[in-house]
Design a protein. Structure first.
Length: 495
């Protein structure tokens, strides 16, 4: 072994000397040319000549660095080969690193890199079957001592190799872009066998796992629904790949908010959010990992819908008002209002205050005042910023523009029902304009989950292009997404 090793060392030294001589001759020539050019440039005041000389010197410096790196790599490879050869011939028990490296003249850093590379080779072979036995670990520990390596370094090497192996296993299973239940189970087993923490597993394959998880999530929500089975598959993916739920929530945040926003818009369109729907939304919010600040505007929307639904069901608010009330009369609504009505020749408006009690609708203004008994109201038609009333007589008929038309409609709906003079089916309230869920989903996809006028993504509402009161249907062709602001601007005109 020693004679063979010494021969290899001699060959390396001779080869290095020949290369060094060649580099010295070539490099020396370029240095001389560069120096001459710089001197000539200075003498002739020619900047280009001087720059050419400086460039020549730069080339020499670069070639020198490249040559030194190649020499270092060549020396390290020879050191590795010598260490492997000595280990094989002498055996681990008789191996001595100082004796093996004697005569090479390698610096400590190159020798350390060579030893680490040999240790890495042994560790990879031991990990080929995804487990390291106690006997293999004992050999690796002994090898660490013989190679004069510290435990911190070998632990880093071991972690890096285990992460690389897990990366390979994940890559092979994600090649088709899908992680099946069986593959997820395999990855969990492999991760456990490799002894990787969730963070270590994710670090080794972060880019692949993130892309695959995002793609899987988008695939699941493409139909507007995230089923229990799909949620379970996402959880299985996270557990198999070591992905933390908080990390997953960050990856899918934008898509998750889009799904949650769409679900809320669909649920709220019919004017009622049931307890079952509320629980589903709460569960969806939890599963998607959404934070309260992300869903705050949508929660306000849900709360308002539930509040209006409670009013329609008979839970009317009682308020103090300046209007003169009769005996047993209770005021439920008071607001600034602009009343618009038609005459034989023109449209007139009056600005005043509107009151609704359990017995009457009262409008007071300097131009016109009304006092209409609730039973005289035949129909309530809500527009975005107004309520149109149809009466048994012309008195009081017309539109009432108020700040919150939804609240006014809900209160009128409730007091009319309470009066028992009009059957609920006779009212043209928002509930009679119910848009089927398949239509809502189709419209959401078609409009991209944004207002068709200003592209806003918040406070969205399903709007009838041709108003329901004018014969507009509930088909996808007659329904569009508008934000609340654009819906208010649109009013009830046909656009």
């Amino acid at each position: 072994m020693q004679s063979t090793t010494r021969t290899e060392q001699t060959e390396v030294h001779v080869f290095g000397l020949a290369i060094a001589t060649e580099k010295l001759i070539v490099g020396g020539g370029i240095v001389i040319i560069g120096a001459v050019l710089i001197f000539a440039g200075a003498l002739l005041h020619n900047l280009l000549v001087a720059l050419a000389g400086a460039g020549a010197l730069g080339i020499v410096a670069w070639r020198g660095m490249v040559w030194r790196q190649r020499q270092r790599d060549s020396l390290r490879e020879n050191l590795q080969a010598t260490i492997r050869h000595d280990l094989k011939k002498r055996g681990l028990a008789s191996f001595s690193l100082p004796e093996c490296l004697h005569g090479f003249g390698a610096n400590a850093k190159v020798a350390r890199e060579a030893a680490e590379s040999v240790y890495e080779e042994f560790y990879r072979k031991a990990l080929a079957d995804l487990r390291i036995t106690s006997k293999e670990q004992a050999i690796l520990d002994a090898l660490r001592g013989k190679l004069e390596m510290d435990e911190v370094t070998t632990n880093k090497i071991a972690t890096r190799i285990r992460q690389a192996r897990f990366h390979t296993e994940v890559s092979s299973r994600l090649a088709d872009g899908v992680l099946t239940a069986g593959e997820a189970s395999d990855l969990r087993r492999i991760r456990a066998a490799l002894g990787l923490t969730e963070a270590q597993a994710l670090d080794s394959t972060r880019s692949q796992i993130v892309d695959a998880y995002r793609a899987l999530f988008r695939q699941f929500i493409s139909d507007g629904i995230l089923s229990d089975e799909e949620m379970a598959q996402l959880q299985e993916f996270r557990e198999a790949t070591g992905m933390d739920p908080a990390e997953a929530a960050k990856i899918t945040k934008d898509d998750a908010l889009g799904l949650y926003r769409r679900t809320v818009t669909i649920v709220c369109q019919d004017g009622e959010v049931t307890e079952r729907e509320l629980r589903q939304l709460e569960r969806l919010e939890s599963v998607l990992g959404l934070e309260p600040r992300d869903t705050a505007p949508l929660q306000e929307q849900i709360a308002k819908v539930r509040r209006l639904a409670a009013i329609r069901a008979g839970k009317l608010p009682s308020i103090r008002t300046q209007a003169l009330l009769r005996s047993s009369e209770i005021a439920h609504y008071a607001s600034a209002c602009v009343h618009e009505w038609e005459t034989a020749t023109q449209t007139k408006t009056a600005e005043g205050k509107l009151f609704v009690t359990n017995q009457r609708l009262i409008f007071q203004s300097d131009l016109k005042s009304l006092d209409v008994r609730i039973p005289r109201i035949l129909n309530v038609i809500r527009y975005t910023n107004a309520v149109a009333l149809e009466m048994t007589t012309m008195k009081g008929q017309g539109r009432y523009f108020v700040k919150d038309a939804e609240l006014l409609e809900a209160i009128l709906d409730a007091v009319i029902r309470y009066s028992n003079r009009v059957r609920s089916e006779g009212l043209d309230s928002s509930r009679s304009r119910h848009i089927p869920d398949p239509v809502k989903i189709e419209v959401w996809h078609r409009d991209g989950g944004r207002c068709v006028r200003c592209s806003a993504a918040e406070y969205l509402e399903y709007d009838h292009i041709i108003p329901h009161s004018r014969g507009g249907s509930n088909s996808a062709q007659n329904v569009q997404l508008l934000c609340r602001k654009c819906n208010l601007a649109k009013g009830a005109e046909i656009v």
